[in-house]
Design a protein around this ligand. Sequence first.
Ligand SMILES: [Zn+2]
Length: 357
Amino acid sequence: MLSSSLVTHVFVAPHPDDVALSCGGLIHSLRELGQNVAIVTVFSGGPESTMTEYQRTALGFGSKALWPNTEAFRRDNVPADIDERHLVPAWAATPERLEMTQAVASAAARSFWQRASWYRNANIYNAASEARPVADAVPQQGSLEPLDLSGSDATAIRRIEDERYAYHAEASVVWLDLPDAIFRGYSSDEELLGSSRDDDPAPCEALRREILRLEPQTIYLPLAVGNHVDHRHCREAGLALLDEERRWIMPSPDMVGRIVFYEDFPYAWWDGFDGPAALPEGALRLPPGIRLQARYADITDTIERKLAGIRIYGSQVPRLFGDEAGLRRDATGYAARIAAVGGIDGYAERYWGTVRG
Ligand SMILES: [Zn+2]
């Protein structure tokens, strides 16, 4: 088990883009402080996501983490320094020794990437094979090179955007790959924003397991401003984590204070959202003795990086903002409004922390 003394902040995104839209400024500030950021994207799956929980775990979905990678060492043009026609000295590699080294390297890679469904299959040879390409020949995960996505389906495009955002934000991303609400029987805007279907419970257990596995110091979940069912489900998972302390017999990690809710942008901007009291009656069932307290994150210095991050979700910008000018207008408009409320001269994001009392 890899352990780390670094503080980890886990941001729960109902869909790819939600965290960039709502929390991008804070994420960049945290990374500047050298803190770990992990994004859990929950409903990133398409209609084919009908795997059982066991299959999902066995295949590694839901435990896939991408880390920034800047490897740039080329080995495919390094010449061999041994002339094979001559006697091989005692220290030189033989095919058997090379295979043994390869086996050790592969085992080490598997152990390092144990949380992932894939791993870099380290290649100690300077020639690529089908099973083990030379690392430099493999397209970099999260690369910011232009990609032609015209042949991909919407779910695939959104996942690629999510990967690229993680690269941009120097965050890791975990996909739970649960199917989006439109693939779970919700067939109109009215249904998406209405009451949840009886056969569609919030994935509290899957999210709980994933969140605790990441050992976060702080967990950020959506308030579900705008009432989209996928956002409500994530909020429910957060409330369940808060509530379980009362039910546990064994001591549990203290979630009060560690659970924080964020305001869903741009819904909060469109709705003129001014606090949890504006949520629908009964939407936010906090356990007794726990309340929310506003916190303001000054994002004046990181607003441009936040905008750049949102622009990575190119498939969503036209739908949400019309164009990039509209994105800038709405994102800065909202951040300036929140800053003014919080007494900050510039731009801010607002979070709602959980406190006792
Ligand atoms: Zn969303």
